[in-house]
Design a protein around this ligand. Structure first.
Ligand code: NAD
Length: 347
Protein backbone atom coordinates (compact mmCIF):
# COMPACT_ATOMS: atom_id res chain seq x y z
CA UNK A 1 0.00 0.00 0.00
CA UNK A 2 1.24 3.49 -0.90
CA UNK A 3 2.68 5.36 2.11
CA UNK A 4 0.60 8.28 3.37
CA UNK A 5 2.31 11.66 3.62
CA UNK A 6 1.78 13.03 7.11
CA UNK A 7 2.57 16.21 9.03
CA UNK A 8 2.63 16.79 12.78
CA UNK A 9 1.24 19.96 14.39
CA UNK A 10 2.88 20.70 17.74
CA UNK A 11 6.48 19.52 18.04
CA UNK A 12 6.49 19.08 21.81
CA UNK A 13 6.70 15.88 23.85
CA UNK A 14 3.98 14.00 22.00
CA UNK A 15 4.60 15.62 18.62
CA UNK A 16 8.17 14.30 18.81
CA UNK A 17 6.75 10.85 19.59
CA UNK A 18 4.49 10.99 16.52
CA UNK A 19 7.34 12.05 14.25
CA UNK A 20 9.33 8.99 15.36
CA UNK A 21 6.50 6.47 15.41
CA UNK A 22 4.66 7.54 12.25
CA UNK A 23 7.84 6.57 10.45
CA UNK A 24 8.32 3.34 12.42
CA UNK A 25 4.79 2.25 11.48
CA UNK A 26 6.05 1.99 7.90
CA UNK A 27 2.76 3.22 6.44
CA UNK A 28 3.56 6.96 6.57
CA UNK A 29 6.24 9.29 5.38
CA UNK A 30 6.89 12.59 7.11
CA UNK A 31 6.22 15.82 5.22
CA UNK A 32 7.18 17.99 8.19
CA UNK A 33 6.03 19.67 11.36
CA UNK A 34 4.47 22.95 12.37
CA UNK A 35 4.89 24.51 15.83
CA UNK A 36 4.02 28.05 16.95
CA UNK A 37 7.22 28.26 19.00
CA UNK A 38 10.40 29.30 17.23
CA UNK A 39 12.67 27.16 19.42
CA UNK A 40 10.68 24.01 18.60
CA UNK A 41 10.77 24.87 14.89
CA UNK A 42 14.53 25.35 15.07
CA UNK A 43 14.98 22.12 17.01
CA UNK A 44 13.07 20.22 14.30
CA UNK A 45 15.19 21.83 11.58
CA UNK A 46 18.39 20.98 13.47
CA UNK A 47 17.23 17.35 13.30
CA UNK A 48 16.75 17.55 9.55
CA UNK A 49 12.94 17.75 9.74
CA UNK A 50 11.12 20.14 7.42
CA UNK A 51 9.27 22.85 9.41
CA UNK A 52 6.40 24.74 7.79
CA UNK A 53 6.58 28.51 8.25
CA UNK A 54 2.87 28.78 9.04
CA UNK A 55 -0.15 26.55 9.55
CA UNK A 56 -1.64 27.97 6.33
CA UNK A 57 1.44 26.84 4.43
CA UNK A 58 1.05 23.32 5.80
CA UNK A 59 -2.67 23.21 4.98
CA UNK A 60 -1.92 24.37 1.43
CA UNK A 61 0.55 21.49 0.88
CA UNK A 62 -1.43 19.18 -1.37
CA UNK A 63 0.96 16.28 -0.85
CA UNK A 64 -0.10 16.02 2.81
CA UNK A 65 -3.00 13.60 3.38
CA UNK A 66 -2.81 13.19 7.15
CA UNK A 67 -2.26 15.65 10.00
CA UNK A 68 -1.55 14.63 13.58
CA UNK A 69 -2.44 17.30 16.12
CA UNK A 70 -0.41 17.24 19.37
CA UNK A 71 -0.95 20.59 21.06
CA UNK A 72 -2.53 21.57 24.43
CA UNK A 73 -6.07 20.25 24.90
CA UNK A 74 -7.97 23.55 24.70
CA UNK A 75 -6.60 24.28 21.18
CA UNK A 76 -7.53 20.98 19.52
CA UNK A 77 -10.87 22.01 18.02
CA UNK A 78 -9.78 25.05 16.02
CA UNK A 79 -6.67 23.40 14.60
CA UNK A 80 -8.44 20.11 13.81
CA UNK A 81 -11.38 21.79 12.05
CA UNK A 82 -9.04 23.89 9.93
CA UNK A 83 -7.24 20.70 8.85
CA UNK A 84 -10.50 18.87 8.08
CA UNK A 85 -11.76 21.86 6.07
CA UNK A 86 -8.51 21.75 4.10
CA UNK A 87 -9.38 18.15 3.14
CA UNK A 88 -6.83 16.48 5.43
CA UNK A 89 -7.46 13.33 7.46
CA UNK A 90 -6.73 13.96 11.13
CA UNK A 91 -5.41 12.16 14.19
CA UNK A 92 -6.08 14.37 17.20
CA UNK A 93 -4.36 13.74 20.49
CA UNK A 94 -6.47 12.83 23.52
CA UNK A 95 -8.62 14.12 25.11
CA UNK A 96 -10.08 14.85 21.71
CA UNK A 97 -11.60 18.10 23.02
CA UNK A 98 -13.22 19.54 26.16
CA UNK A 99 -16.98 19.50 25.47
CA UNK A 100 -19.47 17.34 23.60
CA UNK A 101 -20.60 20.33 21.51
CA UNK A 102 -17.01 20.89 20.42
CA UNK A 103 -16.66 17.19 19.52
CA UNK A 104 -19.84 17.32 17.42
CA UNK A 105 -18.46 20.31 15.49
CA UNK A 106 -15.28 18.33 14.75
CA UNK A 107 -17.21 15.24 13.61
CA UNK A 108 -19.49 17.40 11.45
CA UNK A 109 -16.45 19.01 9.78
CA UNK A 110 -14.99 15.57 8.98
CA UNK A 111 -18.28 14.36 7.52
CA UNK A 112 -18.86 17.55 5.53
CA UNK A 113 -15.40 17.29 3.96
CA UNK A 114 -15.49 13.53 3.37
CA UNK A 115 -12.31 12.91 5.40
CA UNK A 116 -11.40 10.83 8.45
CA UNK A 117 -10.99 12.02 12.00
CA UNK A 118 -9.91 10.00 15.03
CA UNK A 119 -8.22 10.36 18.38
CA UNK A 120 -5.02 8.77 19.61
CA UNK A 121 -6.07 6.05 22.04
CA UNK A 122 -2.61 4.47 21.95
CA UNK A 123 -3.08 2.85 25.37
CA UNK A 124 -5.33 0.28 23.72
CA UNK A 125 -1.99 -1.35 22.89
CA UNK A 126 -0.75 -1.46 26.52
CA UNK A 127 0.06 -5.06 27.38
CA UNK A 128 -1.25 -4.93 30.96
CA UNK A 129 -4.68 -3.82 29.69
CA UNK A 130 -4.58 -6.42 26.89
CA UNK A 131 -3.86 -9.15 29.49
CA UNK A 132 -6.91 -8.15 31.51
CA UNK A 133 -9.05 -7.99 28.36
CA UNK A 134 -7.83 -11.44 27.35
CA UNK A 135 -8.79 -12.90 30.74
CA UNK A 136 -12.18 -11.15 30.54
CA UNK A 137 -12.92 -12.28 26.96
CA UNK A 138 -11.80 -15.88 27.57
CA UNK A 139 -14.34 -16.33 30.37
CA UNK A 140 -11.85 -18.75 31.97
CA UNK A 141 -12.68 -17.57 35.49
CA UNK A 142 -16.37 -17.00 34.83
CA UNK A 143 -18.38 -13.84 34.62
CA UNK A 144 -16.41 -10.80 35.74
CA UNK A 145 -17.99 -8.90 38.64
CA UNK A 146 -15.66 -5.93 38.85
CA UNK A 147 -12.30 -4.58 37.72
CA UNK A 148 -10.07 -2.09 39.49
CA UNK A 149 -7.62 -0.17 37.32
CA UNK A 150 -5.02 1.99 39.01
CA UNK A 151 -2.03 4.07 38.03
CA UNK A 152 -0.12 5.56 40.94
CA UNK A 153 2.80 7.95 40.69
CA UNK A 154 4.44 10.19 43.25
CA UNK A 155 5.70 13.18 41.26
CA UNK A 156 2.62 15.39 41.11
CA UNK A 157 1.38 16.62 37.73
CA UNK A 158 3.76 18.10 35.14
CA UNK A 159 4.49 21.79 35.72
CA UNK A 160 3.29 22.92 32.28
CA UNK A 161 -0.17 23.63 30.82
CA UNK A 162 -1.39 20.37 32.38
CA UNK A 163 -1.58 22.24 35.69
CA UNK A 164 -3.85 24.94 34.24
CA UNK A 165 -7.63 24.66 33.90
CA UNK A 166 -7.91 26.99 30.88
CA UNK A 167 -5.77 24.61 28.81
CA UNK A 168 -7.72 21.50 29.80
CA UNK A 169 -5.18 20.39 32.40
CA UNK A 170 -5.62 17.81 35.15
CA UNK A 171 -5.32 14.06 35.37
CA UNK A 172 -8.86 13.11 34.35
CA UNK A 173 -8.22 14.61 30.93
CA UNK A 174 -4.61 13.47 30.82
CA UNK A 175 -4.74 9.84 32.01
CA UNK A 176 -8.43 9.37 32.83
CA UNK A 177 -9.38 9.39 29.16
CA UNK A 178 -7.05 6.42 28.52
CA UNK A 179 -8.02 4.43 31.60
CA UNK A 180 -11.76 4.94 31.02
CA UNK A 181 -11.38 3.96 27.36
CA UNK A 182 -9.61 0.73 28.38
CA UNK A 183 -12.37 -0.20 30.83
CA UNK A 184 -15.08 0.49 28.22
CA UNK A 185 -13.17 -1.62 25.69
CA UNK A 186 -13.38 -4.48 28.23
CA UNK A 187 -16.93 -4.11 29.63
CA UNK A 188 -18.64 -2.46 26.65
CA UNK A 189 -19.97 1.05 26.28
CA UNK A 190 -23.25 0.97 28.25
CA UNK A 191 -22.41 2.92 31.43
CA UNK A 192 -25.31 3.72 33.72
CA UNK A 193 -23.76 5.54 36.67
CA UNK A 194 -20.61 7.59 37.29
CA UNK A 195 -19.29 8.62 40.69
CA UNK A 196 -16.02 10.49 41.04
CA UNK A 197 -13.97 12.21 43.72
CA UNK A 198 -10.98 14.27 42.58
CA UNK A 199 -7.77 15.04 44.48
CA UNK A 200 -6.26 18.50 44.78
CA UNK A 201 -3.17 17.72 46.82
CA UNK A 202 -0.51 19.56 44.81
CA UNK A 203 -2.77 21.63 42.57
CA UNK A 204 -5.89 23.58 43.57
CA UNK A 205 -6.89 24.52 40.01
CA UNK A 206 -7.09 21.10 38.35
CA UNK A 207 -7.36 17.53 39.64
CA UNK A 208 -4.03 15.86 40.38
CA UNK A 209 -5.73 12.50 40.89
CA UNK A 210 -9.16 10.94 41.04
CA UNK A 211 -11.15 7.89 42.06
CA UNK A 212 -13.94 7.03 39.66
CA UNK A 213 -16.63 4.37 40.08
CA UNK A 214 -18.50 3.17 36.98
CA UNK A 215 -21.62 0.99 37.02
CA UNK A 216 -22.60 -0.71 33.75
CA UNK A 217 -26.07 -1.70 32.49
CA UNK A 218 -24.97 -5.33 33.08
CA UNK A 219 -24.49 -4.56 36.80
CA UNK A 220 -20.71 -4.97 36.46
CA UNK A 221 -18.59 -2.32 38.15
CA UNK A 222 -15.23 -0.69 37.62
CA UNK A 223 -13.00 1.45 39.78
CA UNK A 224 -10.56 3.70 37.92
CA UNK A 225 -8.03 5.46 40.10
CA UNK A 226 -5.16 7.78 39.27
CA UNK A 227 -2.81 9.19 41.86
CA UNK A 228 0.20 11.47 41.58
CA UNK A 229 0.92 11.57 45.32
CA UNK A 230 1.23 7.84 46.05
CA UNK A 231 4.63 6.89 47.42
CA UNK A 232 3.56 3.24 47.53
CA UNK A 233 1.64 2.14 44.44
CA UNK A 234 -1.34 -0.19 44.58
CA UNK A 235 -1.59 -2.97 41.94
CA UNK A 236 -2.20 -1.91 38.34
CA UNK A 237 -5.22 -4.21 37.80
CA UNK A 238 -7.41 -6.36 40.03
CA UNK A 239 -10.23 -8.41 38.52
CA UNK A 240 -12.84 -10.37 40.49
CA UNK A 241 -14.94 -12.99 38.72
CA UNK A 242 -17.40 -15.72 39.72
CA UNK A 243 -14.72 -18.43 39.62
CA UNK A 244 -11.53 -16.59 40.53
CA UNK A 245 -9.41 -13.50 40.81
CA UNK A 246 -6.75 -11.98 38.54
CA UNK A 247 -4.06 -9.51 39.50
CA UNK A 248 -1.43 -7.45 37.68
CA UNK A 249 0.86 -5.88 40.24
CA UNK A 250 2.77 -3.65 37.83
CA UNK A 251 2.55 -2.96 34.09
CA UNK A 252 5.82 -4.82 33.58
CA UNK A 253 4.47 -8.01 35.22
CA UNK A 254 2.43 -10.97 33.98
CA UNK A 255 -1.14 -11.41 35.21
CA UNK A 256 -1.53 -13.84 38.09
CA UNK A 257 -4.74 -15.85 38.32
CA UNK A 258 -6.19 -17.88 41.18
CA UNK A 259 -9.06 -20.06 40.04
CA UNK A 260 -11.38 -21.70 42.53
CA UNK A 261 -11.98 -25.37 41.67
CA UNK A 262 -13.78 -26.75 44.78
CA UNK A 263 -15.96 -23.97 46.15
CA UNK A 264 -17.70 -26.25 48.69
CA UNK A 265 -14.44 -27.56 50.15
CA UNK A 266 -14.30 -25.58 53.37
CA UNK A 267 -11.55 -27.35 55.24
CA UNK A 268 -8.97 -24.61 55.81
CA UNK A 269 -6.55 -23.91 58.60
CA UNK A 270 -7.88 -21.04 60.71
CA UNK A 271 -5.80 -17.86 60.83
CA UNK A 272 -4.84 -16.42 64.20
CA UNK A 273 -5.34 -12.68 64.58
CA UNK A 274 -4.61 -10.71 67.74
CA UNK A 275 -8.27 -10.77 68.68
CA UNK A 276 -8.98 -14.41 67.87
CA UNK A 277 -9.25 -17.08 65.16
CA UNK A 278 -10.92 -16.74 61.75
CA UNK A 279 -11.79 -19.48 59.30
CA UNK A 280 -13.90 -17.18 57.11
CA UNK A 281 -10.93 -15.04 56.17
CA UNK A 282 -8.33 -17.83 56.04
CA UNK A 283 -6.64 -18.21 52.63
CA UNK A 284 -7.51 -21.18 50.45
CA UNK A 285 -4.83 -23.71 49.52
CA UNK A 286 -3.97 -25.70 46.38
CA UNK A 287 -6.63 -28.32 47.19
CA UNK A 288 -9.36 -25.85 46.28
CA UNK A 289 -7.55 -23.46 43.91
CA UNK A 290 -5.29 -23.43 40.84
CA UNK A 291 -2.73 -20.64 40.61
CA UNK A 292 -1.10 -19.69 37.31
CA UNK A 293 0.21 -16.77 35.28
CA UNK A 294 -1.05 -15.63 31.88
CA UNK A 295 1.53 -14.95 29.18
CA UNK A 296 1.53 -11.32 28.08
CA UNK A 297 -0.13 -10.83 24.69
CA UNK A 298 1.94 -9.47 21.82
CA UNK A 299 1.31 -5.83 21.00
CA UNK A 300 2.65 -3.26 18.55
CA UNK A 301 1.45 0.31 19.08
CA UNK A 302 2.29 1.13 15.44
CA UNK A 303 -0.83 -0.81 14.51
CA UNK A 304 -2.71 2.36 15.50
CA UNK A 305 -1.33 4.13 12.39
CA UNK A 306 -1.46 1.00 10.22
CA UNK A 307 -5.14 0.42 10.95
CA UNK A 308 -6.06 4.10 10.49
CA UNK A 309 -4.23 4.48 7.19
CA UNK A 310 -5.81 1.23 6.02
CA UNK A 311 -9.29 2.48 7.04
CA UNK A 312 -8.71 5.70 5.08
CA UNK A 313 -7.46 3.84 2.01
CA UNK A 314 -10.12 1.12 2.00
CA UNK A 315 -13.12 2.95 3.52
CA UNK A 316 -13.12 0.43 6.39
CA UNK A 317 -14.02 1.10 10.03
CA UNK A 318 -11.45 2.96 12.13
CA UNK A 319 -10.36 1.55 15.53
CA UNK A 320 -11.48 4.58 17.56
CA UNK A 321 -14.98 5.39 16.32
CA UNK A 322 -16.95 8.60 16.72
CA UNK A 323 -19.37 6.90 19.12
CA UNK A 324 -16.48 5.70 21.27
CA UNK A 325 -15.03 9.22 21.29
CA UNK A 326 -18.43 10.56 22.38
CA UNK A 327 -18.81 8.02 25.21
CA UNK A 328 -15.24 8.46 26.52
CA UNK A 329 -15.77 12.22 26.72
CA UNK A 330 -19.27 11.90 28.18
CA UNK A 331 -17.87 9.81 31.06
CA UNK A 332 -15.10 12.35 31.75
CA UNK A 333 -17.63 15.21 31.83
CA UNK A 334 -19.95 13.19 34.09
CA UNK A 335 -16.97 12.53 36.38
CA UNK A 336 -16.31 16.27 36.72
CA UNK A 337 -20.00 16.88 37.40
CA UNK A 338 -20.10 14.12 40.01
CA UNK A 339 -17.04 15.53 41.78
CA UNK A 340 -18.52 19.04 41.77
CA UNK A 341 -21.95 17.94 43.07
CA UNK A 342 -20.63 15.27 45.44
CA UNK A 343 -23.11 12.72 44.09
CA UNK A 344 -23.38 9.96 41.44
CA UNK A 345 -24.48 10.97 37.93
CA UNK A 346 -26.94 8.76 36.06
CA UNK A 347 -26.09 8.48 32.34
P1 NAD B 1 3.86 19.89 24.96
O1 NAD B 1 3.61 21.11 25.76
O2 NAD B 1 5.08 19.09 25.23
O3 NAD B 1 3.88 20.26 23.41
C1 NAD B 1 2.89 21.03 22.80
C2 NAD B 1 3.52 21.73 21.60
O4 NAD B 1 2.47 22.35 20.85
C3 NAD B 1 4.49 22.85 22.01
O5 NAD B 1 5.71 22.68 21.33
C4 NAD B 1 3.76 24.13 21.58
O6 NAD B 1 4.64 25.16 21.18
C5 NAD B 1 2.92 23.64 20.43
N1 NAD B 1 1.70 24.41 20.13
C6 NAD B 1 0.82 24.97 20.99
N2 NAD B 1 -0.21 25.53 20.34
C7 NAD B 1 0.04 25.31 19.01
C8 NAD B 1 -0.68 25.65 17.82
N3 NAD B 1 -1.83 26.30 17.85
N4 NAD B 1 -0.11 25.28 16.63
C9 NAD B 1 1.07 24.63 16.58
N5 NAD B 1 1.77 24.30 17.67
C10 NAD B 1 1.26 24.62 18.88
O7 NAD B 1 2.57 18.98 25.14
P2 NAD B 1 2.48 17.43 24.86
O8 NAD B 1 2.83 16.65 26.07
O9 NAD B 1 3.16 17.09 23.59
O10 NAD B 1 0.88 17.26 24.68
C11 NAD B 1 0.26 17.62 23.48
C12 NAD B 1 -1.01 16.80 23.31
O11 NAD B 1 -0.65 15.41 23.29
C13 NAD B 1 -2.02 16.97 24.42
O12 NAD B 1 -3.33 16.89 23.90
C14 NAD B 1 -1.76 15.77 25.33
O13 NAD B 1 -2.89 15.37 26.08
C15 NAD B 1 -1.38 14.72 24.31
N6 NAD B 1 -0.55 13.63 24.83
C16 NAD B 1 -0.90 12.35 24.53
C17 NAD B 1 -0.15 11.31 24.99
C18 NAD B 1 -0.55 9.91 24.62
O14 NAD B 1 0.04 8.96 25.14
N7 NAD B 1 -1.51 9.73 23.75
C19 NAD B 1 0.98 11.54 25.79
C20 NAD B 1 1.34 12.87 26.06
C21 NAD B 1 0.56 13.91 25.58
Amino acid sequence: MKKMRAAVVGYGGMGGWHVEHLLKSDVCELAGIYDIRKERTELAQSRGIHAYASYEELLADETVELITVAIPNDSHEEVVIAALNAGKNVICEKPVTLSLESLERMIAAAEKNGVRFTTHQNRRWDVDYLSMKQIYDSGEIGKVLNIESRVHGSRGIPSDWRGEKEHGGGMLYDWGIHLIDQILMIFGWDVKRVYCVCDHITNKEVDDGFRLELTFASGQRATVELGTYNFIAMPRFYLRAEKGTALITDWREDAQVVKCKHWHENDVLPVKTAAGLTKTMAPRDEVTTDTYTVARPKSDVHDFYRHYVNAIRTGGEQDVTYDQMRTDLKIILAAFESDEKGMPIEI
